[in-house]
Design a protein around this ligand. Structure first.
Ligand code: PRP
Ligand code: URA
Length: 209
């Protein structure tokens, strides 16, 4: 079973509470999502391997540490996942970005794929799939399966808010994938929206309805 990491850091919780408020507008929502994306990326990358390198400071030669080649890829699930990408890239500017377009059919609640473009070496990278909302889990499960079907093996899932049902579903479908999340909410409503959640993340991010 994949691990579930819930980020209870006060800064993340504070920013998330502002995002949840219905009166928070798109500009502030976007800024906060990126800030939380950056803070979460700091923890998601905590175990990246390091290697020793010889360098020279203005004072003397020394042995110090740098990242050891395990390349990163960020894979937002369109649309709402896009809102976390810039924050992550501000910490890891060398990461490549792949895109998977999925929307949830309002009737069936099933994910429908409409776009995919991945880095050519995606299967050699540690991939962080990002989507603020993990509701039924259908979209995340489909996106991760999509990556696995293309040979990707090292995959992590980073979300903002999850429903218990969705988290359990991802863990069952992809037991090798660790989940990083800022909050686990109560449940889903009859439209498969997260309670209390923050509403429709894509619409709030891009000002659509
Ligand atoms: C939202 C959200 C997730 C999905 C979560 O996207 O960003 O991708 O729903 O629901 P699930 O866990 O039940 O699959 P949506 O389908 O609304 O598309 P959008 O981002 O383009 O608005
Ligand atoms: N997608 C969203 O944007 N919000 C939810 O609560 C569930 C799915």
């Amino acid at each position: 079973m994949g691990k579930l990491y819930v980020f209870d850091h006060p800064l993340i919780q504070h920013k998330l509470s502002i995002m949840r408020k219905k009166e928070t507008g798109s500009k502030e929502f976007r800024e906060l999502l990126n800030e939380i994306g950056m803070l979460m990326a700091y923890e998601v990358t905590r175990d990246l391997p390091l290697r020793d390198v010889e360098i020279e400071t203005p004072i003397c030669k020394c042995t110090t540490k740098m990242l050891a080649g395990r390349k990163l890829g960020v894979v937002p699930i369109l649309r709402a996942g896009l809102g976390m990408v810039d924050g992550i890239l501000s910490l890891v500017p060398a990461a490549k970005v792949g895109h998977i377009g999925l929307y949830r059919d309002p009737e069936t609640k099933q994910p429908v794929e409409y776009y995919c473009k991945l880095p050519t070496d995606a299967s050699e990278r540690l991939l962080i799939v990002v989507d603020p909302m993990l509701a039924t889990g259908g979209s995340s499960i489909a996106a991760i399966q999509f990556l696995k079907d293309r040979g990707c093996k090292n995959i992590r899932l980073m979300c903002l808010i999850g429903a218990p049902e969705g988290i359990t579903a991802v863990q069952a479908a992809h037991p090798d994938v660790d989940i990083y999340i800022a909050a686990v909410d109560e449940c889903l409503n009859e439209h498969a929206y997260i309670i209390p959640g923050l509403g429709d993340a894509g619409d709030r991010l891009f000002g659509t309805k």
